[in-house]
Design a protein around this ligand. Structure first.
Ligand code: ATP
Ligand code: MG
Length: 579
């Protein structure tokens, strides 16, 4: 035991505030041990349930459940080996036991800069362990070499000097979690950055944790409605699915994610939006928008902005995922958005290069596939035995000039269960959301749709594919026969119906009504430019005059032919009245 350190202040970490008598006990214990006056300060910490941890200088008294157990186990093993009559000795040990100080391992900083530090003298440090530097700055071990460890730093490195001391904590990086995080904006370390005071945590979870196994899962079979007709009809997303949103810059990727969040209002889904490497001002704007839509009541924002160091951006999605797992394991449904993983890969690339790892394709390190697969595998639909909760992941990836065969896009396409491909050309034509129907896919498909929606969608994808082909064919011909003309008109109408304004999600019933009408060729007589206006008025007409219909669509298992006919009749009635 090293009582050489001259500290006169000890820190006591525990979940509950100790009583005065207990405090006195600690002071007495320490003063006797170190033969000088020692003050004890209490620090509230949830990390040592059912116990406490006392730190003075480099000495640590670990009285947490695990610490107690570990020390007792060692002692008993020792006794069993060295004594013949162990039982009385064991009894004595268990009853009259006080924890012994385990000297903390102290290392020395070799180099520091760019958010990275190399440290020598920490022989037992483990991958992912948190180290404490000067001024309590935290870092995480990322690289283990023969006589030094490479470590990423989570805050400004200015106070850290070469030669300064570093302490091991024995803990892996984690984030506090709890219900009180809902409605808040936090950084990847779980600290609030919305100026609304401290957040009370329920638990502390490691940011990296293994994905649920096969036995722990069940098939994805409940819809996670986005409220966007183009997606819910053709590329349905299920709870527990991972669907990539991919496209060039400024093609409405974030808009799709935000629409999906706003559409979860009143649906008992916890939403987590992880912003990686974005401008702080755009995140602030977005939080405002969500607040105005009432969506912050069930949403958590984890923000690692462009000005944050690469290590902070690197841990952000894992931290967000841990928060999501907390809710999922309670049996709740979670929607998590990673905006975006291209910037995440870039942050990882820069810190890998700084850690001297060898660069591979596009200068990314060799394990960049694992970087994203271990994150996205954590999305799941848990089995009923585990509470039946789910976490749906919508990662976002930015492409350059529509190139989906670049390194990061191909990786993530192969990890996810489908992608929504957004196209600049469509976006500028005014076709928003700019979903490219040919290149988008949802590999979970119809299982994630209600029967009624599946039936209403019918041949939409096929019709659109035919339309695209015909459009190309007829581009240069002037005189078209009537069938072709009608076919083109119909296709154009379908494309129009799929246009949707931002923050205007449709309910499931409205989507079904629109689909039935569009596929029933109700909009053929309407001039193309007016289709969106007319369809909006028509939905209002349905709402005003036929409230019962919406309830019946909602209540019915599937879309019956009578119901379909009724919808078409009302739509025609509305169009006739409108003229
Ligand atoms: P970035 O690459 O910068 O992240 P992004 O692909 O996320 O861009 P957004 O920020 O979602 O794109 O959208 C770009 C712009 O287009 C925004 O101003 C947004 O308001 C607008 N926009 C997106 N979707 C729609 C829509 N359906 N209708 C009208 N405007 C839209
Ligand atoms: Mg965006």
């Amino acid at each position: 035991m090293s009582s050489l350190s001259s500290n006169t202040r000890a820190y006591l970490y525990s979940a509950e505030k100790p009583t005065d008598a207990q405090m006195e006990g600690f002071v007495r214990f320490l003063s006797r041990k170190y033969e000088r006056e020692i003050e004890v300060s209490w620090v509230k910490s949830k990390e040592f349930p059912g116990g406490f941890r006392l730190e003075i200088g480099n000495d640590v008294y670990d009285w947490s459940k695990e610490g107690k157990f570990e020390q007792l186990r060692e002692k008993l093993a020792y006794l069993a080996k060295h004594s013949d009559d162990v039982i009385p000795l064991m009894k004595d040990t268990v009853h009259n036991w006080t924890p012994e100080a385990i000297a903390r391992e102290v290392g020395t900083v070799l180099t520091v800069g760019d958010g990275i530090a190399t440290v020598e003298g920490l022989e037992n440090a483990t991958y992912g362990e948190i180290l404490i530097f000067t001024d309590g700055i935290r870092g995480m071990v990322m690289e283990l070499r023969r006589d030094e460890v490479g470590c990423i730093l989570f805050s400004d490195e200015a106070p850290i000097l070469e030669g300064s001391s570093v302490y091991r904590t024995g803990k892996t990086a984690g984030i506090p979690v709890g219900d009180d995080f809902i409605g808040r904006v936090v950084n990847p370390l779980g600290e609030p950055i919305d100026g609304r005071g401290a957040i009370e945590a329920k638990d502390y979870r490691p940011i990296e944790s293994p994905a649920p196994g096969i036995i722990d899962r069940q098939p994805v079979n409940r819809p996670m409605e986005t409220g966007l007709l183009a997606i819910d009809s053709m590329f349905p997303i299920g709870r527990g699915q991972r669907e990539l949103i991919i496209g060039d810059r400024q093609t409405g990727k974030t808009a799709i994610a935000l629409d999906t969040i706003t559409n979860q209002k009143g649906k008992d889904v916890i939403c987590i939006y992880v912003a990686i490497g974005q401008k702080a001002s755009s995140v602030a704007q977005m939080v405002n928008n969500l607040k105005n839509k009432g969506a912050m009541d069930y949403t958590i924002i984890v923000n690692a902005s462009a000005s944050d160091a690469a290590p902070v951006q690197y841990v952000a999605p894992y931290a967000g995922c841990s928060l999501g797992e907390y809710f999922m394991q309670k049996g709740q449904d979670v929607l998590i958005i990673y905006d975006d993983l291209s910037k995440h890969a870039i942050a990882y690339r820069s810190l890998s290069l700084l850690l001297d790892r060898s660069p591979g394709r596009e200068a990314y390190p060799g394990d960049v596939f694992y970087l994203h697969s271990r994150l996205l595998e954590r999305a799941a639909h848990l089995s009923d035995e585990l509470g039946g909760g789910s976490m749906t992941a919508l990662p976002i990836v930015e492409t350059q000039a529509g190139d989906v065969s670049a390194y990061i896009p191909t990786n993530i396409i192969s990890i996810t269960d489908g992608q929504i491909f957004l196209e600049s050309a469509l976006f500028f034509e005014g076709q928003r959301p700019a979903v490219n129907v040919g290149l988008s896919v949802s590999r979970v498909g119809g299982d994630a749709q209600t029967k009624a929606m599946k039936k209403a969608t019918g041949t939409l994808r096929l019709d659109l594919a035919q339309f695209r082909e015909m459009e190309v064919f007829t581009q240069f011909s002037s005189d078209l026969d009537d069938t072709t003309k009608n076919q083109l008109l119909y296709g154009k109408g379908l494309m129009r119906i799929l246009r949707q304004k931002q923050y205007k999600p449709y309910s499931g019933e409205e989507e079904i009504i629109l689909l039935v009408c569009a596929l029933g060729r109700v909009f053929i007589p309407v001039p193309e430019k007016e289709i969106n206006k007319v369809s909006e008025e028509m939905l209002a007409y349905f709402r005003a005059n036929r409230m019962d219909l919406a309830d019946r669509i909602k209540g019915s298992e599937t879309l019956t032919d009578e119901l379909r006919k009724e919808i078409l009749d009302i739509a025609k009635e509305f169009l006739a009245k409108r003229k």
